[in-house]
Design a protein around this ligand. Structure first.
Ligand SMILES: *Cc1c(COP(=O)(O)O)cnc(C)c1O
Length: 385
């Protein structure tokens, strides 16, 4: 049953993007690893990516002996500044990863143009963008391949999960071969723990009970009952022996259910963004800058504040679900960034955004009053921008 559920999910997922092939994995980072392997990324190769990302998106590059090269962000879009890419290209550059941060589409025209001129391949990190479009075309269909995450905080969740998508037949074939010959299955313990977490997630997590939900998770964690989305071993650049795992049937059926509600989810997120835009504007702050030809679906709504630590500290007492990412250019804050070749000052706008940006919920459980209350909370702190 596992296999056929996964096949169906992969097919329906690809269908949302007009076709191509999709391949399910245990997590998003594993999907990226599969794409890199299929592209033959190897020791000594360089991969260009934004210096405002999740360390889990960097690990697979390091696992293969390749070198991540970080490009600073445009402070208004939170995406890689295309004007700074060419200066980072060397004879070793093999790939550019265009990440659609918070769901805001990266400047794909400019990035694809650089890729064509310099003969460098381009893929997309869609872990935070599901349903965002540029001139009506879905993010995830611009590059040679794209990868997605279904972890708790992502546009939709199956607890954990990831998908690789490509409409390039050769690449699809190679990913398929890797899936057949090199991946392992998640253990039944991992699957059962994830199933339990999903149940708890569905019954407990509402914006107003975030503190309760977090407390519940902390307790379960103490009992050893949480499949962490990231163990501390994953914040160091060393691959675990069972890293290359496929998606379980349980994740696939949870994913299928979510996919069935996708249109409703995307419409809700668009509505939430419009509300935040309005409330943020009423305070004279600046929302994220969206290019005229893009229609983004935001995973969370980013706002800059003067004292991020203070805002985060006070949020849960006010029942405000304030997100902290990205806490540093290679989220989370525990990352030893120098082990990844990142040094403070390498991407000054990313450093600054990490210190200033908090994000607000756009998910299905957030409503107009959530948006109003969250923005009012930030306004009371009197330090939003
Ligand atoms: C969450 C995330 C990932 C990793 O996804 P996992 O499913 O946790 O492996 C990669 N890139 C970005 C931008 C993300 O937000």
């Amino acid at each position: 049953m596992n296999n056929s559920t996964l096949q169906r999910y992969q097919k329906e997922f690809a269908g949302k993007f007009g076709g191509g092939s999709a391949f399910g994995f245990w997590k998003g980072r594993v999907a990226l690893y599969a794409i890199l392997r299929a592209m033959g990324i190897k020791e000594g190769d360089e991969v260009i990516m934004p210096g405002y990302t999740c360390v889990m998106a960097v690990n697979p590059i390091i696992y293969l002996g390749a070198k991540p090269v970080f490009v600073d962000i445009d402070p208004k879009t939170y995406n890689m500044d295309p004007n700074q890419i060419e200066a980072k290209i060397s004879a070793q550059t093999r790939l550019i990863i265009a990440q659609h941060t918070y769901g805001i589409p990266a400047d794909m025209d400019a990035i694809l143009d650089i890729g064509r001129r310099k003969e460098i391949r381009v893929i997309e990190d869609c872990c935070l963008s599901m349903g965002s479009t540029i001139r009506g075309q879905m993010t995830g269909t611009f590059g040679e391949a794209a990868y997605f995450s279904f972890q708790w905080n992502k546009p939709y969740t199956s607890g954990l999960g990831g998908m690789a998508l490509t409409s390039n037949d050769d690449l699809g074939q190679r990913i398929e071969e890797l899936c057949e010959h090199e991946t392992c299955e998640p253990s039944s313990k991992q699957i059962n723990l994830l199933r339990l977490q999903l149940m708890i997630y569905r019954s407990f997590i509402y914006p107003k009970t975030t503190a309760l939900a977090q407390e519940t998770f902390r307790t379960l964690n103490k009992w050893g009952l949480v499949v962490g989305s990231s163990q501390s071993s994953e914040m160091t650049p060393k691959m675990e022996p069972d890293f290359f795992k496929r998606m379980s049937g349980m994740q696939a059926s949870a994913g299928l259910r979510q996919l069935g509600k996708l249109d409703e989810n995307l419409a809700h997120r668009r509505k939430m963004r419009a509300l935040y835009d309005r409330f943020v504007d009423e305070h004279g702050w600046e929302g994220p800058k969206i290019s005229d030809d893009a229609d983004p679906v935001l995973v969370r709504y980013p706002v800059r504040v003067g004292d991020k630590a203070e805002a985060l500290r006070r949020a849960s007492g006010h029942f405000v679900e304030l997100g902290s990412w990205f806490e540093c250019p290679l989220h989370p804050i525990e990352t030893d960034m120098s082990a990844y070749g990142y040094h403070e000052g390498m991407c000054p706008e990313a450093d600054k955004a990490s210190h200033e940006v908090v994000n607000l919920p756009c998910h299905m459980r957030a409503s107009e009053s959530t948006a109003k209350r969250s923005v009012a909370f930030l306004a009371k702190l009197a330090n939003a921008k």
